[in-house]
Structure formats: C-alpha cells, structure tokens
Design a protein around this ligand. Structure first.
Ligand code: ADP
Length: 870
C-alpha cells in the first residue's frame, strides 16, 4: 500500500467507501476502472482490458470509457444489475496543490437510475426499503424518476409479516431492495424474493431503531412540522423503513430530493389483495411463459396517450379498489367519455401533446434537465388550458372537479417562453439557449461578440487590400486562436508587421498586434456569453424547480384523465360494458369473455360464457371437462372481469354484476410453473396453504388442478379436503377445475357446490371443443385425444387407449358412504367377509374425511393382499 502512487492511494480510499459499486474514476477525459471493477466492466461492456503501473508488484488491470459517452456505459452496467459510483475531479486542476481532489458525486443504482434510455416509459422504477423484525414490518418505496413515494406497515408475527412483504413486493415489482440486517439474515425469505422478483439487494444495519433519529430526516425532506402531518406519527415500522429509504436516496443521489415531496401512507386493506402468484397467473403485466407484455392484460387494456397515464394504469391494475363509491366515481367518468366520443377525441388530441411531466420534474429537481426538457415542459403546459376548458364543459362532476384542479401553470409557461430558445442544443454549456431580449447583459455581450466578428471581416478585407494577397483569410481554432492564413505561394507578399505563428504544409499562419488585441476581446465576449447563458439557465431551472409540486400535481391529474379515457377507448373498441358493483357477495356475468384470449382468436370465434357465484348455493363450481376445453380461460376470465370492474374499467361481457371481493387467489397446476429450489408440489402446497389461511368469505378463489404434483390418491384426497374446507369454513366463491372426476360427488353432500363442465363433442377418434360451460360433469378428460391432436404417434395412442380401459375397469374410487362399501367389496372379492365387515362396522363412516376413507381403503387392500399371500 505504501508504494502506491498518490493517485492510486486516492483511488483506494474512495473504492473502500464504495465497495459494492463499480467505481468510475475520472482521469482527464476518461473514467477509468481498476482491479476487479475493470475485469467486470471490460467483460460486461466489451471494452479493452489494459494494465497500469500503480506502484505495486504487479500492474493493475484497468479499462476506461470516454467521459462524454459514459452515460451509455453506466446505463448498461446498471441494467445488468450493478451499481456505479461516479467519481469526478472536484477542484480545478489548475488550482490544485498536489494531486487534484476527487470525490464520488453520484451512485447510480438499479432502483435510483433516472436515465430515460434505461427506463421503460410506461413502467415505474421502484426502490423499496423493507424493515422487518419479530413484531412487524414496514415497507417504503419511491420512484426517483417521478418523485412518487409511498409507505405502509404491518404489525404481526414474522410469518405474517413476510407474507405481507412478499405480497406488497409482488405489487410494487421493485428493481432494487434495501433491507435491514435482521431481515436479510433469513435466507429462506431472501431466496423467495430473489426467485420471484430478482431485485438488486443492499443490506443496511439495524442501528436506526430510535424513532427520534429517524424522524428528523423525514421531517426535513417533507418540510412538515411533525410526522402527524404525514399521518405516520404512530407508524414506527413505516418510519424505520422510510428513514432508510431517504438516507439511501441521499447517499446515492448526493443532491436535493425536491421532487420527492408528497408522501402517501396507504393501508393495504384499502385495496383488493392479490398475492404474487395471482398477479403472475392472471398475466396482468406479462405472460407467464415468455415474460412479454404482448399477450398480457395490460397490452389489451392500455390505450393511454401519455407515459404518465401508462404508469398509472399499471398501478391501478395492481391495486383494484374495494370501495364501491370510489369505483363508481371512476366508472362514471369512463362512461362519460364512452358516451361522448367527440368530446373524448378532443381531450385525447390534447393529451397526445403532453410529455412526461413527472419525469421532467425529477430531471429539473436533480439538475439533469437541459433546454430541450424545458421546452417539452412548456409545450405540455401549453395544452393545459384547452384540457381545462374541455373538462369544464362536461356535466360530470368529477371530471369538472379534475378540470378545476388542473393548474394551468401559466407563470411557468411564460418564464420558459420568454427565456428559452425554441430549439436549444442538448448541451447547456454551448450557448444558443437563452432568447434575445431576456437578459440585457447577455444581449450586450452578444452584440460585442457580433461586432467583433464584423470587425474581423473588415480587418480581413483591409489586409487583403494593403498586402495584395487575394486569398488571405482570417481563421480560428481553439489552440491557435485567430490568425491570418497565407498560402505558401504568397508568403513573399507578407508585410513585416505580420508575425509568424504556425507553419503548415501549404500555408503559413500569422498574427498582428491589432488582431491579437481584438482576439482577447472577441474570445472573452464569447466565453462570457456561454457562461452567462449557463448561469441564466440555472436560475430559470431553479425557479421552475420551486414550482415542482404544482407541476407534479397537474401531471397526476393528467394521468388520471388519460387512464379513464383509455378505459373508454378500450370499451368502445372491444365491446365492453359498465359493470354494476354490489356488496352482496354475488357475481353474475352474462356472456363474459377473456379480454386477452378473445383477441387472439380469429373471426370473433371466442365463445362467451355465463357465470353465477354467490356465498350461498352457488359458492363453488367444480369444473370438469376435456383438456384444452377452456377451463383455465373461463376461470381466469371471471377473475379478470372482477379485477377490471374493481379497477373502475368496463368489462368484456354483455352484463356484469360484481360483488366486491377482498382478495383474488389463483393457484394453477404445478406442472405449468417453473420454480427453482423447491419441488413443484411443495410450491403448490405452499400456495394452497396461503389461500386457506388468508381467504375470507369475500374472496374469489381460482384453483386449477390442485393436487396434480403427487400420486393420484394423495392429490385427490388433498383436493377433496381443500374443497370441503372452503365450502364449510371459508365459504369463498371458488372455481375449481379438476381432472379428478371423483370430486363431482361432492355435490351430493354440499348444496353450495355445483358441478360444471365445458362441453366437447366426440367425433370418431377426434374431439370437437364447444367451449360452452354448462351445469353437469364429465368423467372424461380426453387426454389421449388431445395427445393425438398434439402429434403423438398412433402406436402410443392406441396402447394408451388399451391401458386406460384396463385402469378404468379396475380402479373406481367412490367416496360416498354406501358406494364405498360396494366398491371396496368389488375390489376385495378374495377378502374374508367376516374380517372385512368387522373393520367396516368399527368405523363411523359419517365422520370420515376423504383422506381417512382413502387410508382405510388402502389398509383394507393391503390386508387383502396379505391374506391372499398367506
Ligand atoms: P383447459 O384449461 O381446459 O385445458 P384452456 O383454458 O387452456 O383449456 O384453453 C385452451 C385453448 O382453448 C385456449 O388457449 C384458447 O385458444 C381456446 N379457448 C379457451 N376458451 C375459449 C372460448 N371460450 N372460446 C374460444 N376459444 C377458447
């Protein structure tokens, strides 16, 4: 270490502070990386790896990128999941005594990046802070690119807290998580999060558990007298997580967080809860298999015109409401747009002209905005009066209210309009930013500079004349400054007051005292003009920054209008209707459709289906039917229609009455999912356990093939027991698709269960799907026919038919009381009758659970086999 060069010592001390980041160390016009950072960066960025002598035994690996293109490289590293610490020279090298001072001026991380080249314009980029201990947990999260910030907490044991955390994380879908040490030590939890969300993780020390220390940072950021003003004074876990979130943002941004100014405390009970599996299974944002937006619900539903609207729509889809009054307010507005197409078109035309005001605000706040950003802001503001007056004409109270609340921001418009050029350059240091007439001093300097140039032109003419050199030119470059250029052929005509400056191949360059004295004046004026333009720009930017809250507020209102309008567009284009919401616990859908599947089926051949579910006689549907018949589609469509209705959207149906549900659960077949770490059956059982634990009578449960990941008897028994439990204890509306045809016997015992089947017709060896759901059941899965359709060869198909008929002939499971005795007798013809009856009469059959029944059956068979062998 002692032998290290001074520069390397400086590097090492900074690297020590930013161990978990790749350090971009500014050296001249480059950012250099050393040691492991260089090895990683050269590989990830495909740049050349070199070596540098640092005073150590071996040369250090090194690679670098030019500073003016560093943003792209930083973005690429962050996209790949690294943090990048940017180290700059923080003093003027000319004034430095010894080695020039350097420091990290910003750390770019996956959850804090604001680069629009990396961020998806219609997706929030959240950084989440989790704090959890034995008694509860807090979650706070912010989007640094838009300024949104939220917090919530949960009080309860570790298991419940984690459950809360994973559900929230599923909703938030963060790209980065920071969490306390205590939480991070639970590897099982962390692995689940990594598997399901795959964020970048940073752990913080559990030091901050004194509320007073934590409060200060929060109060300072939001500039409120006390936490009471933020509604979190009694929310210790929120405070703990929020404090760390703010610290981390300061530590990485190292600048003001003025754009993060509106804390929202929310209670998860205000929204419908969906666990992470449900969100995945309903393919809300991306498809399960290919992880693409195309084929997901949002792809069909999102017709927003602004990025802000696109992001809000996603947020709404992630947190459907449970309050009918609030939902109806949204639906009323959607209906207004739906009924007034011309008006809706006019509003839409205006929305299209609005840029991403939220992200512009953040750029303005963190000092990253340029002239073009201000012009985009100005152009966006210019349409606000039109939108206001359009909304003013409606007779929908809520729309008028939003219209009234839109701030026309005319002061900001005027400021930018009088000051900033219409087409400024990207850089804010090259001038051409500030309009003529805005600043007197700037105008004067500019005149001086223009006059200087005119003077140069006249000097050129004068010297041509006096020397007789016709092609004499005044030239300029950064190194040499101003000069007269004379071609070699004419140098003999050069007068002696011309002083030689430079010799080129074909010409000579000269200056004169007169040219030199003017040069400093012209160059001085140009330099000063650039400086002044930059200063003026900073002042304007700071003045706009002071109004950031107003800009953000209006941005939010615009996004609300955009989403509601988008719902009406989708409703018109795809033929949706307004749902009627109720608190009476029933769902009645006439001719419901799956919004995504219907779009993928050509010629409008999607077959609509009716649904009726309540908390009474129509609580549970056991759905049987062939493979590929449409069971999953039907069940998911009920869930999605319910979700859309509670979001405030119209729905794909002819008629829909939707009883508000507090949670939607979906569990889909283990074989359809790819998980790591745990057996698929274990995952499946975990999910079922969660459903059983958390579902209430107001929930909607979708179970697709529960119990498939184990032996038939195990699986059937579990499925049976689960349905019974739901029917008698939870009493939630449930759709249960199964190939265990035995489950259809449950209707004999429970009036709240109905058997439904999706129709199919056998046509010779083929099968024709009719896709209609009707009451009844089928005991055929037509798996072999489907296998044939899929191309499995005839030899195997024929053999499968043979095997099936053997199995079906010998294995009948009948779980009803009398039938059980019969079927047991049937399969136990060799069994000693008296022994058998003894066993049977000792059992209180009425109290048998399905699992008991099957265990007994199993034992009896074993007895029979033993007997026979003896
Ligand atoms: P299952 O769950 O019964 O195996 P799916 O619900 O996965 O069947 O449906 C299989 C395919 O059938 C879907 O991908 C879709 O193409 C088509 N399908 C499903 N439901 C319908 C419907 N109501 N109308 C038309 N086609 C449908």
């Amino acid at each position: 270490m002692n032998n290290l060069t001074p520069m390397m010592k400086q590097y090492m001390s900074l690297k020590y502070k930013y161990k978990d980041s790749i350090l971009f160390f500014r050296l001249g016009d480059f950012y250099e990386m050393f040691f492991d950072d260089a090895l990683i960066a050269s590989k990830e960025l495909e740049i050349t790896l070199t070596k540098r002598d640092c005073g150590m035994e071996k040369k250090a690996p090194m690679c670098g990128v030019p500073h003016h293109v560093a943003d792209t490289y930083i973005a690429r590293l962050v996209e790949k999941g690294y943090k990048v610490a940017i180290c700059e020279q923080v003093e003027d090298p000319a004034l430095a005594k010894g080695i020039v001072k350097r420091d990290v001026i910003k750390v770019v991380t996956p959850g804090t990046i604001t680069d629009s080249n990396v961020l998806d314009e219609k997706t929030n980029n959240y950084l989440v802070s989790v704090y959890m201990d034995k008694f509860g947990c807090g979650i706070s999260y912010a989007d640094n690119s838009t300024g949104e910030i939220y917090t919530t907490e949960f009080l309860g044991g570790e298991f419940e807290s984690f459950n809360f955390i994973i559900n929230e994380l599923g909703k938030i879908s963060p790209s980065e998580i920071i969490c306390n040490e205590g939480f991070s030590k639970n590897k099982k939890y962390i692995n689940i999060i990594k598997n399901k969300i795959n964020p970048y993780f940073t752990v913080y020390k559990d030091i901050c558990d004194k509320q007073t220390i934590c409060e200060k940072g929060i109060i300072d950021l939001f500039q409120v007298p006390s936490l009471k003003d933020l509604n979190i004074d009694d929310k210790l876990y929120s405070i703990l997580s929020l404090n760390k979130l703010i610290d981390y943002l300061y530590d990485t941004e190292k600048t003001s967080l003025d754009h993060i100014n509106n804390l929202v405390y929310y209670n998860s009970k205000d929204y419908m809860v969906m666990d992470i599996n449900t969100r995945t299974n309903l393919e809300i944002h991306e498809t399960i298999m290919s992880k693409e937006r195309k084929g997901a619900l949002v792809h069909v539903i999102d017709k927003t015109s602004t990025s802000m609207g696109g992001r809000l729509l996603k947020t709404w889809l992630d947190q459907p409401l449970v309050d009918i009054y609030e939902i109806d307010k949204r639906l009323d507005m959607v209906e207004y747009f739906y009924d007034n197409i011309i008006f809706a078109d006019q509003v839409n035309e205006q929305l299209k002209k609005i840029y991403d005001i939220e992200r512009l605000s953040s750029k303005i706040s963190n000092g990253n905005c340029n002239g073009r950003d201000l012009i985009s802001l100005k152009n966006s503001i210019s349409v606000l009066p039109n939108i206001k007056s359009l909304l003013d004409t409606t007779n929908n109270q809520e729309l008028t209210k939003i219209g009234n609340n839109i701030d026309p921001l005319s002061d900001i418009f005027s400021l930018i309009d009088i000051a900033i050029e219409e087409n400024p350059p990207i850089s804010i240091k090259e001038g051409r930013l500030i309009k003529k007439g805005y600043n007197k001093e700037l105008d004067e300097i500019r005149i001086a500079s223009i006059e200087g140039k005119e003077w140069l032109a006249s000097l050129e003419a004068k010297e041509r004349e006096s020397t007789g050199i016709k092609n004499l030119k005044v030239g300029y470059n950064k190194v040499a400054g101003y000069f007269f250029e004379v071609t070699k052929a004419n140098t003999s005509l050069v007068p002696n007051y011309f002083i030689r400056k430079q010799t080129l191949t074909n010409s000579e360059r000269y200056y004169t005292d007169e040219l030199k004295s003017m040069e400093s004046k012209i160059l001085g004026a140009e330099e000063r003009a650039l400086e002044l333009e930059y200063e003026i720009f900073q002042v304007i930017r700071n003045n706009v920054k002071k109004e950031i809250k107003r800009i953000q507020y209006t941005g939010k209102l615009i996004s609300i209008i955009d989403v509601l309008l988008s719902f009406s567009k989708v409703a018109l284009q795809n033929n949706y209707i307004r749902p009627i919401l109720n608190n009476n616990g029933y769902i009645r859908i006439k001719e419901g459709r799956h919004p995504v599947v219907e779009r993928s089926i050509e010629n409008d051949l999607f077959v609509p289906n009716d649904t009726y579910l309540d908390q009474d006689d129509s609580m549970i549907q056991i759905i049987t039917g062939p493979n590929m018949a449409g069971k999953s589609t039907y069940m998911r469509q009920v869930a999605i229609i319910t979700l859309l209705a509670q979001v405030g959207s119209f729905v794909p149906a002819k008629h829909a009455e939707i009883g508000i549900v507090d949670r939607i659960f979906t569990r889909i077949g283990a074989s359809d999912n790819l998980y790591q770490g745990e057996s698929t059956f274990m995952v499946e059982m975990n999910e079922v356990a969660n459903i059983i634990r958390d579902a209430t009578s107001n929930s909607l449960i979708i179970l697709d093939e529960v119990g498939r990941g184990t032996s038939t008897y195990d699986g059937l028994s579990i499925a049976w027991a689960v349905v019974e439990h739901i029917a008698t204890n939870i009493r939630a509306k449930t759709l249960f698709a199964t190939h265990y045809h035995e489950l259809t016997q449950l209707t004999d015992k429970y009036k709240q269960i109905k058997n439904m089947t999706i129709t199919a017709k056998e046509d010779g060896d083929d099968i024709v799907f009719l896709r209609k759901i009707v009451e009844g059941s089928t005991n055929k899965s037509y798996g072999i026919q489907v296998a044939r359709l899929a191309g499995i060869n005839n030899k195997i198909i024929n053999r499968a038919h043979e095997i099936l008929s053997i199995i079906e002939g010998s294995h009948e499971i009948n779980i009803n009381k009398e039938a059980m005795t019969d079927s047991t007798q049937l399969s136990l013809s060799d069994y000693k009758k008296d022994n058998f009856i003894n066993k049977i009469i000792n059992i209180d059959i009425d109290r048998l659970t399905p699992i008991d029944s099957l265990t007994i059956l199993n034992n009896l068979i074993q007895d029979a086999i033993d007997l026979k062998e003896n």
